[in-house]
Write a protein that binds this ligand. Structure first.
Ligand code: PLP
Length: 365
């Protein structure tokens, strides 16, 4: 078999080896069926069990209260950028408040504007999105239809540590790139969504956790594939769901419960991993420059620059040569970015940290 390297891609991203090994072992025939997960009917007993177990794992891991539905949808996080204002902004006569902490929240604003009035509660553009806002900086409207945030900005590597206080306005969160990375108080949110391919599984499925009172508010006249209540009533089986992706999310959440021991443990590991890299950047005497301010730093995506930009290409090349790949930063931020999702082993982060220290020493002036 081809040797595996450490993959720091922002997404689709590294998956837990035990989950992939289980999928590989059972690929040709799921235990008790003799049929592959790639061939099985979404209406079969076996698939229903997989879906139910996946949902139950998510409820256990996140402590999701009973008055929330979990939907398994297609169209990625980007479709949620549109579905959500179609359902909760359009024709309400109210504006929606958007906290713009980076590229993904900006994209969500652009989509929401096609459906109604968007108010910018905060925009971090002036600082090139290098931090999340303080509560005192938020311009919130108590009459807003909802308030919107991105818990972790994948490109800029800035992450909220707590939920902003939005009063009685429903809080909606794009949690695509930090979903399942730490415990969260689900009951503070009206809706949380996350595409799977950053931290929860492969691409193809998007998880939506939505409170019942929001579903009750949604308009009834949207086409069914865009209609949250209809999708919820049909338990994500309105049409053929992404069966393989859901199966993989089940295996990944099995791994979180069985091998990691839950989200408190995962959070502890993620903090330890990210600290290793931030310490390397901060201790480099200016050789590496962080993008995000310390209090806003993401435990999932660590963007940094090399002070001497001419060294960026050799950095990426030499890193790849020792099995540390996909470290190029997003063009809007430049430099490098190490995405260290749940499934990136501590040994991979340590290997990157050691490489960074060696590289800096070799090129020190
Ligand atoms: C990747 C990402 C998205 C886009 O997800 P798609 O599934 O490609 O639509 C949205 N928001 C955040 C925070 C992301 O990291």
């Amino acid at each position: 078999m081809e040797k595996r390297v450490y993959n720091f891609s922002p997404g689709p991203a590294v998956l837990p080896l035990p989950a992939m090994e289980e999928a590989q072992r059972d690929l040709l025939a799921l235990p008790g069926t003799g049929i592959s997960i790639l061939e099985i009917s979404h209406r079969s007993k076996k698939f229903e069990q997989i879906l139910a177990q996946c949902e139950s794992n998510l409820r256990t891991l996140l402590g999701i209260p009973d008055n929330y539905r979990i939907l398994f949808l297609q169209g990625g996080a980007m479709l949620q950028f549109a579905m959500l204002p179609m359902s909760f902004l359009r024709n309400t006569g109210k504006p929606a408040d958007y906290i713009v902490s980076g590229t993904w929240s900006k994209k969500a604003v652009d989509e929401a504007k096609t459906q109604g009035t968007v108010q910018i509660a905060y925009d971090g553009k002036a600082g090139n999105y290098n931090r999340v806002p303080k509560q005192s900086e938020l311009k919130l409207d108590p009459n807003a239809a909802y308030a919107y945030m991105t818990s972790n900005e994948t490109i800029q590597g800035v992450q909220f540590t707590d939920e902003p206080d939005v009063g009685n306005v429903p809080l909606i969160c794009d949690s695509s790139s930090d979903f399942l990375s730490r415990p969260i108080p689900v009951s503070k949110y009206a809706m949380i969504f996350a595409c799977a391919q950053k931290n929860a599984g492969p691409s193809g499925v998007t998880l939506v956790i939505v409170r019942d009172d929001m579903l009750a508010k949604a308009p009834k006249d949207l086409p069914s594939m865009l209609n949250y209540p209809v999708l919820a009533e049909n338990k994500s089986l309105l049409n053929t769901p992404p069966t393989f992706s859901i199966y993989m999310v089940k295996l990944v959440t099995d791994w979180l419960l069985r091998d990691i021991g839950g989200l408190d443990k995962m959070y502890e590991i993620n903090r330890r991993k990210s600290k290793m890299l931030y310490d390397a950047v901060d201790g480099s005497g200016g050789f590496y420059l962080p993008h995000a301010e310390p209090a806003s730093r993401s435990i999932m995506n660590v963007p940094f620059k090399l002070a001497d930009t001419a060294l960026e290409e050799p950095f990426n090349k030499e890193a790849a040569a020792v099995g540390l790949v996909e470290l190029k930063g997003h063009r809007s931020v430049g430099g490098c970015r190490a995405s260290i999702y749940n499934a990136m082993p501590e040994a991979g982060v340590k290997a990157l940290r050691d490489f960074m220290l060696d590289f800096a020493k070799k090129h020190a002036k």
